[in-house]
Design a protein around this ligand. Structure first.
Ligand code: GLC
Length: 462
């Protein structure tokens, strides 16, 4: 599995004109480990990003004909079997006059997030950017009449966040994709028009790269049978040739099922990171970059009946849990049709931000815990100069105020509370390192202790 990350495509600078949307034989070459690591670096270091699901479904807000539709907000077209011509008028009511991209980016940044992934086009086919390929977009079909992604991309750059876009391959609105009278998922495609649809996607993606220059392309809706592994690899290749530094998720090529088991040849062009959804893999996905995407309540797109909000304690601990297993956390918000992020989400982002302000060092640029699971919390690790730091995330404060760190025979040189910089006494108890804690936690959600260990020594007994 480790070999998986070694075989990704690399930079070949090809003039854009050489790349026809209809099909191109130019291939990106294999990249070296160092080139691959360089391309993935910002994303690996970031650890925490904001997912944004926004579109005309936010107007319906989970309700159709007075009924609470029990699917995620962005799935209402399928959940309520809404015919295309009855769904389209939602666009006429999409007028996000309170949309303030600077506020959104600030909310993400203050929460400690380092990147934003927003739905450029979800399964309903509606485009939040300006495209020449269709009028089913925010510029042509809504009273708002302006691109909403470009200002967000600009704000991200202004405030130092990485701007990224989600894009659905399945498209319930495109006439080449067929469905029964009331079933959208999964779509079928008119075989005579598949190539036309692929060109449509490639044209839109090029437009997106030109206008917003996203750093990640986050695909979804790859499960219809008509979308093949080969189609995915071709699309991956297309994007990497257009923008060699771009990072693409595994759903471009049905990687959700098979990413970890891919052979060398298959791995090339099958995507750069895994995408567990609404779950945290028990032991991470060793040897593979991955990102867990999760909601704050139960929906991605805004749904007014979904009040099943997770606590900020759960969200912070999820972030820590994921980092301790070597992954990224992509935490979703579903803005309302007026352009505001729900206040429940804003409150949780602020609480996560308070924790991150004190403890961010134990998340950014860290790697998975080098030791087995501990009963009191989680560990993250970081190389810093001559020292390696282990961050002990204490979820459950020991009654005797003695924190046992098992399986660690590296030379531990110091321990300190990250929040206060106060040094903590250390001792040994058999194979365990013991850290003497104060009587009460600094933060009952997760108090972090930084343990400095001499670099280069492994966990074997000396
Ligand atoms: C699913 C859903 C979709 C959501 C996505 C996020 O595949 O179809 O609505 O955007 O997951 O991962």
């Amino acid at each position: 599995m480790k070999a998986f990350i070694l075989f990704f495509a690399c930079v070949l600078v090809v003039p854009r004109l050489a790349l026809a949307e209809g099909g191109d034989t130019t291939k990106v070459a294999l990249e070296s480990n160092a080139e691959h690591d360089a391309r993935m670096k910002w994303w690996r270091d970031a650890r925490f990003g904001m997912f944004i699901h926004w579109g005309v479904y936010a107007v319906a807000a989970g309700e159709w004909n007075g009924q609470n539709v029990q699917t995620a907000g962005e799935w209402i077209m399928n959940g309520a079997d809404i015919p295309v011509d009855e769904y389209e008028p939602l666009a006429a009511r999409f007028n996000p006059v309170k949309y303030d991209p600077a506020e959104w980016v600030r909310a993400a940044k203050d929460a400690g997030m380092r990147y934003i992934v927003i739905t450029a086009k979800h399964h309903d086919g509606f485009c939040l950017f300006d495209t020449e390929t269709t009028d089913w977009d925010v510029v042509d079909a809504t009273p708002f009449g302006a691109d909403v992604l470009k200002p967000l991309a600009d704000e991200c750059r202004e405030q130092g966040l990485h701007f990224c876009t989600y894009y659905s391959i399945m498209d319930w609105h495109h006439t080449a994709q067929q469905h029964g009278p009331h079933t959208y998922n999964p779509t079928l495609i008119d075989p005579a028009r598949k190539q036309e649809y692929v060109v449509y996607m490639k044209t839109q993606l090029r437009e997106l790269l030109d206008s917003c220059d996203p750093e990640v392309l986050w695909f979804d809706g790859e499960w219809p049978d008509w979308w093949t592994e080969a189609d995915g690899r071709d699309l991956y290749n297309y994007l990497r040739v257009l923008k060699p530094t771009i990072i693409v998720n595994n759903r471009v090529a049905k990687g959700r099922e098979g990413m970890a088991g891919l052979t060398k040849d298959d791995a090339q062009h099958a995507g750069d990171f895994g995408t567990p959804e609404q779950e945290i893999p028990a032991t991470g996905i060793p040897g593979v970059d991955w990102e867990s995407c999760m909601t704050m309540n139960g929906t991605w797109g805004f749904h007014k009946y979904d009040v099943n909000w997770k606590s900020s304690e759960t969200l912070i601990r999820n972030l820590v849990d994921i980092a301790s297993k070597g992954g990224n956390y992509l935490l979703n918000v579903g803005p309302m049709a007026n352009g505001e992020i729900p206040p429940e989400s804003i409150a949780r982002l602020a609480e996560i931000g308070r924790w991150m302000k004190v403890n961010g060092e134990s998340i950014y640029g860290t790697s998975a815990s080098p030791i087995a699971a501990v009963p009191w919390g989680r560990l993250t690790a970081k190389q810093q100069g001559e020292q390696e730091t282990l961050f002990l995330h204490v979820f459950d404060w020991p009654n005797d105020e003695k924190l046992h760190v098992p399986g660690l025979t590296k030379k531990v040189t110091a321990a300190r509370l990250l929040a206060t910089e106060d040094a903590l006494p250390l001792s040994l108890d058999g194979a365990d390192v013991i850290v003497d804690l104060p009587t009460t936690p600094v933060d009952r959600v997760d108090t972090v202790i930084a343990l400095e260990v001499a670099r280069g020594l492994d966990t074997a007994a000396e």
